[in-house]
Design a binder for this molecule. Structure first.
Ligand code: MN
Length: 248
């Protein structure tokens, strides 16, 4: 458990990439929800909770149901759970959010916790140097594209996603994305636009605390860790952030 949990205000996680073929990470998440997250006022999930999301009508798949049940139990115990979509689970919508007791937030989302202005994002929108990815992102984030995709039968959507994931082109794209970090000018512009907050994001799988100076203002940027069988998370007590790794 984290020290000073009495004053604990919020926990931040991202990039769990939950999937049936990664049961150790699912187990770590369920243990995290029953352990360190228990009693926290707010849990923020900043995208890529799932490795892929075919649509909310897949919410009854065994993994998706188990995760929703565990999240809803935490919500029922008094924690506010908020979700920002990632590039893997951007099709997760109101129906599954309701099933899991989560609130959907836009990306980016500015909020105040304690005395601190905190800006939350998945982070993929900041990777503007990857021109091909941003073009793909514009397409799949388009409401008309999403409506057309979700209108196809669930089995067809899942088959389509499977084929994308197994294609070698996709694997290459995957590799290129892994080496792609956020663009410094894009980070500066985002911090400026939102009044020089503390930025928290995931996506790049490069956990770190960065210090930025934008227009003479000091800004902090926390990059969340991706999950591999343990539960790494960022905690905020209203004044200070601390990183943790829960071993189930
Ligand atoms: Mn991502």
């Amino acid at each position: 458990m984290h020290a000073g949990s009495d004053a604990l205000q919020a926990l931040f996680i991202s990039d769990l990439h939950l999937a049936e073929e990664r049961p150790d990470t699912t187990a770590a998440f369920l243990a995290f929800l029953a352990g360190p997250a228990r009693g926290v006022p707010a849990l923020y999930i900043l995208g890529d909770l799932f490795e892929y999301w075919a649509g909310d009508d897949d919410g009854d798949a065994p993994l998706n149901r188990r995760v929703a049940d565990a999240l809803r139990e935490l919500a029922a115990s008094g924690s506010r759970i908020c979700f920002i979509a990632g590039n893997r689970d951007f099709l997760l919508g109101e129906a599954y959010a309701a099933q899991a007791g989560m609130h959907l937030l836009p990306d980016p989302c500015l909020l105040r916790i304690g005395t601190r202005e905190i800006l939350l994002s998945h982070g993929d929108a900041l990777c503007v140097d990857d021109v091909a990815y941003q073009s793909y992102r514009r397409q799949v984030r388009d409401p008309a594209w999403q409506a057309a995709f979700l209108a196809r039968p669930l089995a067809e959507r899942k088959a389509f996603i499977d084929s994308l994931r197994s294609r070698s082109e996709a694997a290459k794209q995957e590799k290129a994305m892994a080496i792609m970090d956020v663009s410094a000018p894009a980070v500066d512009a985002l911090l400026r636009e939102h009044g020089y907050p503390t930025l928290i994001h995931g996506h790049t799988h490069r956990p770190a605390r960065h210090q930025h100076r934008v227009d003479g203002r000091a800004c902090e940027r926390w990059v969340l860790a991706d999950w591999h069988g343990t539960a790494p998370y960022l905690a905020f007590d209203g004044e200070r952030f601390s990183t943790h790794e829960f071993l189930p």
